[in-house]
Design a protein around this ligand. Sequence first.
Ligand SMILES: *[C@@H]1O[C@H](CO)[C@@H](O)[C@H](O)[C@H]1NC(C)=O
Ligand SMILES: *[C@@H]1O[C@H](CO)[C@@H](O)[C@H](O)[C@H]1NC(C)=O
Ligand SMILES: *[C@@H]1O[C@H](CO)[C@@H](O)[C@H](O)[C@H]1NC(C)=O
Length: 465
Amino acid sequence: GLDSDESYEGASEASFKDAGVYDDAQRSNGSTSPENGIRKRRTTLPAPMFSRNNFSVWGILKKCIGLELSKITMPIVFNEPLSFLQRITEYMEHTYLINKACSLSDSIERMQAVAAFAVSAVASQWDRTGKPFNPLLGETYELTREDQGYRLISEQVSHHPPVSAFHAESLVGDFVFHGSIYPKLKFWGKSVEAEPKGTITLELLKHGEVYTWTNPFCCVHNVILGKLWIEQYGTVEILNHSTGDKCVLNFKPCGMFGKELHRVEGYIQDKSKKKLCVIYGKWTECMWSMDPQTYESNKKAEKKADSKKQKSPKLPDSQQKRGVDGDDADNMPEVLETVAVIPGSTLLWRISSRPQHSAKMYNFTNFAMSLNELEPGMQATLAPTDCRLRPDIRAMENGDMDQASREKERLEEKQRSARKDRSKVEEEWSTRWFQSGTNPYTSSQDWLYTGGYFDRKYSDLPDIY
Ligand SMILES: *[C@@H]1O[C@H](CO)[C@@H](O)[C@H](O)[C@H]1NC(C)=O
Ligand SMILES: *[C@@H]1O[C@H](CO)[C@@H](O)[C@H](O)[C@H]1NC(C)=O
Ligand SMILES: *[C@@H]1O[C@H](CO)[C@@H](O)[C@H](O)[C@H]1NC(C)=O
């Protein structure tokens, strides 16, 4: 298959040498000792990533246009050493925004903090073109962050179609945050689009408030040639179920000239559709809020100025049209300006910068760097199904691509043969920590946590590795 060794022959160890971070990586790896009682998590991976330069994805994909991506096997070199369960845990990177929402007494300010959280939750996608590993059926991931005051458990509850369920809860009982994600990936010739099916629910317990939303679409451009880049687009509606008030966020597609690249604009409205506040910014940078009147009049003034400038030189033809046809790459428009802040706006959220060695490490954020760390003493308490114990991801993280590829193939084969065995005796798969049910707020199909994971009684767990 395409996962076999020859598919990454040539990506030699040379790529390790030019990765200047290697030494740093080794040095800071021993820094897990507690300091002031707070555990330090690792801030780097054990090894830098392999160069992908020598792989032609085109050769693999040109036969597969229109297929669902789960049916296409890609060489492991296009992965990043995280399971999709760990990738969705990255929603939690800015949990301080939920904590902030909990602490606010003004309901509009609470909605603003929740909206900022919803945007921040997808900000880690920026420049992350590596594909996370598909979780195996029954795979789990747990994360406890005392410093941010929450713990999370997730489980792969279905394989066909793939469904990942997660449940996070505040350690002091302020909130629960849960959802089930059905990523639908589609290959469109030059790009791969991920449709984020599934509902996300945030309950602020102290305020008796429930918010639900669905993530925007995510698209990876130029999977075949040209520079890879990520676009997120679509409307995200955050609904306050207690009142019917909502926040509508429009993740803008980048458009012909790239003017709208990464832009998010929206507003909070009440039941009678009265706009209470405007929210604007970029999901890659920051989000601001301000009152609708000032925002609109500012926009009008801007438009006027724009139309005066219209006789400015035209762009060359090649830049005018982001063609749908042809083999040309769809280049990411060059964006120089950042978010223009309108005086009187309030900052809701600003992205933290990524570590310097991020570019050599799959463009991970600091938070992502820590997710697959096997902290001292952890192995004794982890469920045997936890992603951190997955040998293929571990091998890839350590830079051993041959081993990673062999292990990935072995695990997938093991999963296939277990499925065959079950079907022989007509046994149904049973999930362990989540149950299929109806989301009480949206009435949509969902997977709900049944509790008990942190009692750590791991009886009846499947042997998936
Ligand atoms: C890619 O291939 C070229 C030529 O075949 C070779 O010189 C180069 O070292 C390879 N790069 C990597 C990162 O393996
Ligand atoms: C959300 O619902 C709560 C509970 O009814 C209400 O007090 C609050 O005003 C609403 N807030 C927003 C921003 O919609
Ligand atoms: C990391 O980001 C850079 C652009 O900043 C991009 O060229 C590169 O392809 C990205 N790498 C990965 C693994 O996504």
